[in-house]
Design a binder for this molecule. Structure first.
Ligand SMILES: *[C@@H]1O[C@H](CO)[C@@H](O)[C@H](O)[C@H]1NC(C)=O
Ligand SMILES: *[C@@H]1O[C@H](CO)[C@@H](O)[C@H](O)[C@H]1NC(C)=O
Length: 375
């Protein structure tokens, strides 16, 4: 008897659960009037004349048919805004051109408190600043404003966005420093601030960003040294700090990182010697060009050395090209030009395909593909 009761209760619970699930899946909430109003206020500060993406922003239900707007089906709250100028969507194909949008990003965006994604990218013409209130959007995981004309600073309280995984502000006109609070974004996997006007130093405790796999800061005015703590980011695969004003030495521990594949430090004021660890590391794309590096090219190459790019040009390197370089398993593009190197260029398979321009403007390099060495 007790068992029958138990079974009945179980069946009843199952039915209720199934009904609840079915209900959740079929009833899609319409957008909240307050979200709709915030979107319209956001839209009023933007102008996109060629494609007409905002022509779709009409009617009461902003969760239905409004281009680039997505809602959470359960709550009916706006969960993302995705406005990409370079898009495969039919709306862009018909216009047969890349989008262009002017205007500014309205603080009305911050009224959409359930936003997890804001992508407003590659419109070329959007100016103004990042509203500092975006740091109140605590559900935000993805903030991508790449390829606009946004100026001003990165909000100082950016560290409040504890769920942020992607922060891409590349190709804008953002000034000021990298806010120290950025190192509180412990979920951040992708930080791209390339080609802005950022100055100051890379925060010393950047190593707290344990989930980071890409750190891209090329093309700014950053100064100070490469923080040693960076080398403790286990997942870091892509570190690009080129075309800045970085000084000091290259931490040898960069060559010990497990998955670092791209290291671009080109066009800085980095000094000291090249750590030998870099030559047998996991790095395949190594650019140290245009710095103040001195001393010899480390004689530490081996079968583990595999370089698609090895650019050591425009430094103050002396001595010979080390013999061990011929034991590298692959060197696709080598550039050691514009240094003070001297001696016979080694012969071997990684070298057979290289042209003279890889070796020119040195003190006294000789041998193929340059002229014969004098006895
Ligand atoms: C770049 O930032 C500096 C301050 O660091 C500022 O004086 C300068 O006007 C900025 N340049 C542009 C083009 O925004
Ligand atoms: C290395 O970096 C410098 C400076 O950013 C750049 O000019 C050069 O083209 C880069 N080398 C390669 C092979 O990409």
């Amino acid at each position: 008897m007790v068992d029958v009761k138990k079974a009945l209760v179980t069946v009843l619970i199952s039915v209720v659960v199934v009904l609840l699930l079915a209900d959740g899946a079929t009833v899609v909430q319409a957008c909240l009037p307050s979200d709709r109003a915030a979107l319209l206020e956001f839209r009023s500060k933007l102008n996109e004349p060629y494609i007409g993406v905002f022509k779709t922003w009409k009617g009461q239900d902003c969760c239905k048919g409004w281009y680039g707007v997505s809602c959470d089906p359960k709550s009916g709250r706006v969960s993302s805004i995705t406005l990409r100028a370079i898009s495969e969507e039919p709306i862009f194909q018909r216009a047969k051109r890349k989008g262009f949008m002017t205007g500014t990003i309205s603080p009305a965006l911050c009224k959409l408190t359930h936003l997890s994604g804001v992508i407003i990218s590659d419109w070329d013409g959007i100016s103004g600043v990042i509203p500092s209130c975006v740091t109140n959007l605590l559900a935000l995981r993805h903030l991508d404003l790449v390829g606009n004309k946004i100026s001003g600073v990165i909000p100082a309280s950016i560290g409040k966005l504890a769920k942020l995984r992607v922060l891409n502000l590349a190709d804008n006109k953002i000034s000021g420093g990298i806010p120290p609070s950025i190192t509180r974004l412990t979920m951040l996997a992708h930080l791209d601030l390339v080609n802005n006007n950022l100055s100051g130093v890379i925060p010393g405790d950047i190593g707290r960003l344990k989930m980071l796999s890409r750190l891209l800061l090329t093309g700014n005015k950053l100064s100070g040294q490469i923080p040693e703590s960076l080398t403790r980011i286990y997942r870091l695969a892509d570190l690009e700090l080129g075309m800045n004003r970085i000084t000091g030495p290259i931490p040898a521990s960069l060559g010990k990182m497990a998955v670092l594949a791209t290291l671009n430090l080109g066009g800085n004021l980095i000094s000291g010697a090249i750590p030998g660890t870099l030559m047998t590391s996991s790095i395949a794309d190594l650019n140290l060009s245009g710095n103040l590096l001195a001393g010899k090219i480390p004689n530490t190459f081996g079968p583990r050395s595999y370089f698609t790019v090895l650019d050591l040009s425009n430094n103050r390197l002396q001595g010979p090209i080390p013999g061990s370089i011929t034991t590298a398993s692959f060197i696709g593009h080598l550039d050691v030009s514009h240094n003070h190197l001297c001696g016979k260029i080694p012969t071997g398979s990684p070298f057979d395909h290289l042209e003279a321009t890889s070796f020119t403007y040195n003190s006294c390099l000789c041998g193929k593909p340059l002229g014969k060495c004098r006895k």
